[in-house]
Design a protein around this ligand. Structure first.
Ligand code: TYM
Length: 344
C-alpha cells in the first residue's frame, strides 16, 4: 500500500477549511492507504506559543483527528516532537535546500510581512522541516489543502537534489541508482474543497489567523455559533444560479456552494440542481442545518476526548513509538549516505 503522510499545526482554531481541505480526506484515505497523521508541534513554535496553551492545542488537534474518524490503531497518530528524526533530517535538508528556494515561498512572505529582520530563523526554514516530516517516512502521498502545494514542490526539489548530490553514495549503500533514495512526494489536493474561503470575503482564504471569528467556522463552535456565522456570511443580492458557470465572478456564492457540496459529499452541480434559483435567505438555513449535522457529532466527540487528556497522551505515545521505528531506519540510512560515522 502507498504511504500517506500529512500534518496539522496545533496553533489557533481548527476550522472548516482544515476539516474539508485536509482532515476529512485523512479519514477517507485510511481505507486504501497506510497513513501517518502528525500534530506538527515543532512547526507551531516557528511563531512563539504559550507553552500551556500549546499543550492544550496539541491535544485538541489529536482529539479532532480521532473525533473525525481517524483510527490510531490501524494507522499512526502522533506529535512531531516525540520523533526527533524529523528535526534531524530537517538539518540535513537545510544543507540541501538553497536560500533562493526558500526565499520564494509565498507563505513565508505573507507571514513575515515587512518585518523580515524580526521573524524567527525557524519560520524561514519551515519548509525544510516539512519536507523532512514526509520524507523521514519516505511517504509518497500527501493530502493537503491548496495553500500547501508550493511547500510540496519544494519537498520534491529537496528530494531530487539529495538524490543527485549523494547519488554515488546512495548506490554504494545498495539503493537503486534510477530511483534514488527519496521518492518524490505528491500533493493530493483534488478533494471537494481544497481552498475554503473566508465567510466574510470570498476572495480570501479561511484562516486561523483572521482577526474576525465570523470569517470561519471553528470545529469547536456550537450549533448556535455555526448557524449565526452562516446567517451573517457575506453574499451578493442575486439568487443562486442554476449551473456552475453562473458562480463565476461570484466568490462568496461559490464558496457557500462549495462548502455545501463538500459537507454533503456531492458536487456543486448537484447542489445547484437542488437549490438553483433559491434566495440566500432560503439556502443559508439549509447550509446551516447541514453544517450542524456534520460538525456537531465531531464537536461532541472532541469534547468527550478532551476530558480525558491521559488517553490522548497515550495515543500520541503509542503513535510516536511506531512512527519512530520507521523514521529511525530511514535516518540510519541517511547518516550512512551523507558520510557520517555511526556506531551500531
Ligand atoms: P495547517 O496547519 O495550516 O493546515 C492544516 C491543513 O488544512 C489545510 N487548510 C485548508 N484547506 C482548505 N481550505 C482552507 N481555507 C484551508 N486552510 C488550511 C492545509 O492546506 C493543511 O493541509 N505546513 C502545514 C502542516 C504540515 C504538513 C507537513 C502538511 C507540516 N508538515 C507535512 C503535510 C505534510 C500547515 O501549516 O498546515
Amino acid at each position: 500500500k502507498p504511504l500517506v503522510f500529512s500534518g496539522v499545526q496545533p496553533t489557533g482554531n481548527l476550522h472548516l477549511g482544515n476539516y474539508l481541505g485536509a482532515i476529512k480526506r485523512f479519514v477517507e484515505m485510511q481505507a486504501t492507504h497506510d497513513c501517518i497523521y502528525c500534530v506538527v508541534d515543532e512547526h507551531a513554535i516557528t511563531v512563539w506559543q504559550d507553552p500551556f496553551e500549546l499543550r492544550r492545542q496539541i491535544r485538541e488537534v489529536t482529539a479532532a483527528f480521532l473525533a473525525a474518524g481517524i483510527d490510531p490503531k490501524m494507522h499512526i497518530v502522533f506529535n512531531q516532537s516525540q520523533v526527533p528524526e524529523h528535526a534531524e533530517l530537517a538539518w540535513v535538508f537545510n544543507c540541501v535546500a538553497r536560500m533562493g528556494w526558500l526565499n520564494r515561498m509565498t507563505q513565508f512572505k505573507e507571514k513575515a510581512g515587512k518585518d523580515r529582520e524580526n521573524v524567527s530563523v525557524g519560520l524561514f526554514a519551515y519548509p525544510s522541516l516539512m519536507a523532512a516530516d514526509i520524507l523521514v517516512y519516505r511517504a509518497t502521498h500527501v493530502p493537503v489543502g491548496e495553500d500547501q502545494k508550493q511547500h510540496l514542490e519544494l519537498a520534491r526539489d529537496i528530494a531530487t537534489k539529495f538524490n543527485n548530490d549523494f547519488s554515488a553514495s546512495i548506490v554504494a549503500q545498495g539503493h537503486n541508482a534510477e530511483e534514488g533514495y527519496f521518492p518524490l512526494p505528491e500533493p493530493l489536493t483534488q478533494g471537494p474543497a481544497p481552498r475554503v474561503m473566508s465567510l466574510r470575503d470570498g476572495t480570501k482564504k479561511m484562516s486561523k489567523s483572521d482577526p474576525s471569528d465570523y470569517s470561519r467556522i471553528n470545529l469547536t463552535d456550537d450549533r448556535d455559533a455555526i448557524a449565526q456565522k452562516i446567517r451573517k456570511a457575506r453574499t451578493d443580492p442575486e439568487p443562486l444560479p442554476s449551473d456552475v458557470e453562473g458562480l463565476k465572478e461570484r466568490p462568496d456564492a461559490d464558496n457557500l456552494v462549495t462548502i455545501y457540496a463538500a459537507l454533503a459529499g456531492t458536487t456543486k452541480e448537484a447542489v445547484l440542481g437542488d437549490h438553483g434559483g433559491s434566495q440566500f435567505s432560503a439556502f443559508k438555513p439549509a447550509l446551516a442545518d447541514l453544517a450542524v449535522s456534520v460538525l456537531s457529532p465531531i464537536n461532541d466527540r472532541m469534547k468527550a476526548l478532551m476530558a480525558e487528556p491521559d488517553h490522548i497522551d497515550a495515543v500520541l505515545a503509542d503513535g510516536s513509538e511506531r512512527a519512530g521505528a520507521i523514521a529511525g531506519k530511514v535516518m540510519d540510512d541517511v547518516r550512512d549516505i551523507v558520510g557520517f560515522i555511526q556506531s551500531r
